[in-house]
Write a protein that binds this ligand. Structure first.
Ligand code: SF4
Length: 248
């Protein structure tokens, strides 16, 4: 029986690693062409398909160093089990967008839609965030979007301090890798975690703070705006200040 179990375990590990690689490449916007079937000619064996390609050095894009830094963070996070949230999550939500973004939005944690899709801000609040980004004259794929926690707290409850402590090092490394010109903290938990402040979001918003010498604007979370449309005016004031900062 042992003889049969070992190859099965090995196969399961291989499938798990491939799944992780596909998820990570998808998050980083990298090609998934290795998933498509390619016809191999006998002549191709042992030789490059295109000798010119083989002779040319690998193209260095301006993003390559940055992407690999983010990729490294994603790899280190792996199939994270550092806090108990791994038990109830369906998908880990690392973050997505331009790895060289001028602007990073940091939210609280994935909700049900994000947990199902493995992508940040894709539910109703996410659609509102996309509208805010477009109203700023930007495209969603031009910015980077992530959360303090990478896994959904059950029932969307508030993050616990130990969960934030376990997950925050990866957010710090994401922000280091991207090194944006401005950060927008969405909601109380993002603002409190990044600024190490306990002041209410209503007091923190409306002016820039500094996160590692990067201007940081706290504002209301889009989920709050869905319940309190009166706060849209203040969020618009906040994002206009970000737009001005990015034009400097
Ligand atoms: S919330 Fe963060 S620390 Fe906790 S399991 Fe998910 S990725 Fe790991």
């Amino acid at each position: 029986m042992e003889v049969d179990r070992e190859p099965r375990r090995e196969l399961l590990n291989l499938v798990r690693s491939l799944k992780q690689r596909v998820q990570m490449d998808g998050e980083l916007g990298r090609s998934l062409s290795y998933l498509t079937r390619r016809k191999i000619n006998v002549a191709d064996r042992g030789a490059a398909v295109n000798p010119a390609e083989a002779a040319a050095p690998a193209a260095e894009t301006p993003l390559s160093g940055i992407v690999s830094h983010l990729e490294e963070v994603r790899l280190d996070l792996g199939d994270c089990r550092r806090c108990l949230l791994h038990r109830t999550r369906h998908r880990l939500v690392f973050g997505e967008g331009n790895p060289k973004a001028d602007l990073v939005f940091v939210g609280e944690a994935p909700g049900a839609d994000e947990d199902a899709q493995g992508r940040p801000f894709v539910g109703r609040a996410g659609q509102l965030l996309t509208k805010i980004i477009e109203a700023m004259g930007l495209k969603r794929e031009e910015v980077y979007i992530c959360n303090i926690l990478k896994c959904r707290p059950p029932g969307n409850r508030n993050p616990e301090p130990d969960e934030i402590a376990s997950c925050e090092p990866f957010l710090i490394r994401q922000l280091e890798a991207i090194h944006p010109r401005a950060i927008c903290a969405l909601g109380t938990f993002a603002a409190h975690t990044l600024l190490k402040s306990e002041a209410p979001i209503s007091v923190l918003r409306g002016r820039f703070h500094s996160y590692q010498e990067i201007p940081l604007m706290p504002t209301y979370h889009p989920a709050y705006l869905l319940r309190n449309s009166g706060a849209k005016k203040q969020v618009w004031e906040d994002v206009q200040m970000i737009m001005k900062e990015l034009k400097k």
